[in-house]
Design a protein around this ligand. Structure first.
Ligand code: NAD
Length: 471
């Protein structure tokens, strides 16, 4: 598609069904793309692991962009990603393919030729890379959860707005491909098809201990472990807490190690709580009270929570309940019926007993009455988004908010993180969504952020150096 056809397509795609016009937010004064009219968006992939490879393919499959650089602090992964991108363009008939490789993301951000970065690093690194990318004026596709902690998410929002860059959060359930059920159900709920919404039951799966004891190991030569630790607390290297050395696609152990990721509550919570808040119109707010409890793994290489039960009450009277025994997905219950959406046969983890296999009676989209799921013709419609990566690239070109913008994605992380703080403190908490603080609770408020390992990894210092306040 050339630039002109693309612009026509963008205009057309803003027109929803039944002639209903959905206007996106246009961001004025945003970084514009330099060069000729046919110049593609020059993208660098930062973090080339399990999801980074999915993200790379997501961008490569759209003609609007060109992947020009890959970056990873594990040289094996960096080289494999380079070969993957070169091979992709060669298969398209190109002979001289130039893809740059970087060991450190800061060098990527210094390259003025790069317009945009995809950030697929572990959660503990999200805030720093994304804040510095935004400050450097790069557009960002940032994997979910957008940050590790609450205070970081507030700083990131500020950096994105200050530099007017386009940030898409990796909450791909908001786009049609490949999980259309979430849009259909959340649009139906938002338009009152269930009468008065009362309860949302959310299943996000369950992690189990590895059964292996923590034990220090020699650091592989190809891995810069010192930088991999980033802002997280100092600790000896264990492969089971980082990523597998014999596979690029294996589930990494950091995801079950609390210093690097908070467990299922932010891992899958960032997907399903995001949809819950979107459906009930609370995407810029959050819960008012959180009552959570969980068991945590002990004496294991992994440290995140296992069994859990969380109840959150919102200002609209809706109760959101998460329980490790719920089927993966979201069940919305109202005075006039219920509806359920999920990814269908996708399993969360090999150890998750609740993930559906391929039972045809357990489809991804169900309702008490099929009328609930008839397409919404009048009322609140989601902006079109057939594909999450394409939506990001088109939003960069059109200087408009993407389908999963930072202000909403930050609130999704916040809801998950308040639940995690509730799990740790094992008592009921009250939260003020406007001030983004717990009410009269210094202990809980202190857990909105953690002390960085050194000032090099301090997001507050980075914001201050750029003349911005962090919170
Ligand atoms: N949207 C989704 O459905 C989905 C699915 C899986 C994972 N994720 C998210 O994707 C992100 C990556 O997860 P993953 O499973 O691919 O992890 P992974 O460990 O497999 O890959 C992360 C890669 O980042 C590299 N890395 C770490 N710190 C870096 C830094 N500072 N600079 C450059 N490279 C760095 C690592 O060496 C590794 O290769 C996480 O935020 C995760 O939550 C999202």
């Amino acid at each position: 598609m050339n630039q002109q056809t693309r612009r026509k397509f963008l205009k057309r795609s803003l027109i929803g069904g039944a002639g209903l016009i959905i206007l996106p937010n246009i961001i004025t004064g945003c970084r514009t793309l330099g060069g000729s009219a046919n110049r593609k968006i020059q993208v660098a992939q930062i973090g080339c692991g399990r999801e980074g490879r999915v993200d790379m393919d997501g961008v490569l499959s759209h003609d609007l962009a060109r992947v020009v650089a890959v970056c990873d602090l594990d040289s094996k992964r960096k080289e494999a990603a380079w070969a993957h991108v070169v091979d992709f363009y060669k298969k398209k008939g190109e002979s001289n393919v130039n893809v740059e490789t970087y060991n450190h993301y800061r060098a990527v951000l210094e390259n003025p030729e790069i317009d945009a970065v995809v950030v697929s690093v572990p959660d503990h690194w999200h805030a720093l890379v994304a804040i510095q990318a935004a400050l450097a004026g790069k557009h960002v596709y940032l994997q979910k959860p957008v940050t590790y902690g609450i205070a970081e998410s507030i700083a990131l929002r500020k950096a994105v707005h200050a530099r007017k860059i386009i940030l898409q959060a990796g909450s791909q359930q908001r786009s049609e491909h490949p999980f259309v059920a979430f849009r259909a159900v959340s649009e139906a709920v938002r338009n009152g098809r269930l009468g008065k919404l009362q309860t949302i039951k959310i299943g996000i799966g369950l992690d189990k201990p590895s059964g292996k004891k923590p034990e220090a190991m020699p650091v592989p030569e190809n891995l810069n472990y010192e930088t991999w630790l980033g802002p997280a607390p100092e600790q000896p290297y264990m492969e089971g807490r980082v990523h597998p050395q014999d596979s690029f696609t294996g589930r990494p152990g950091w995801i079950t190690t609390e210093d690097f990721g908070l467990g299922m509550i932010t891992n899958w919570g960032a997907h399903h709580i995001d949809i819950a808040q979107w459906a009930m119109g609370m995407e810029l707010s959050g819960p008012m009270s959180i009552d959570a409890h969980a068991d945590f793994m002990t004496d294991d290489v992994w440290t995140v929570h296992r069994n859990y039960h969380v109840e959150m009450l919102y200002a609209n009277g809706v109760q959101v309940i998460l329980d490790d025994k719920f089927e993966n997905g979201l069940r919305f219950e109202g005075t006039e019926g219920w509806t359920f959406c999920s990814r269908g046969a996708v399993r969360v983890t090999a150890s998750d007993p609740n993930a559906p296999e391929t039972d045809p009676n357990k489809g991804p989209l169900r309702a008490s009455d099929k009328k609930i799921l008839e397409p919404v013709k009048h009322g609140k419609r989601w902006a079109p988004s057939s594909n999450h990566y394409l939506n990001w690239l088109e939003s960069i070109e059109a200087h408009r908010d993407p389908i999963a913008p930072i202000d909403q994605a930050a609130r999704s992380l916040t809801a998950c993180a308040t639940a995690w703080i509730g799990m740790k403190l094992k008592r009921k908490l009250t939260w003020n969504p406007e001030k983004e603080m717990f009410i009269n609770d210094d202990e809980a408020n202190a857990m909105r952020e953690r002390k960085p390992r050194s000032s090099e990894y301090d997001f507050r210092r980075v914001m201050n150096d750029a003349g911005l306040s962090a919170a």
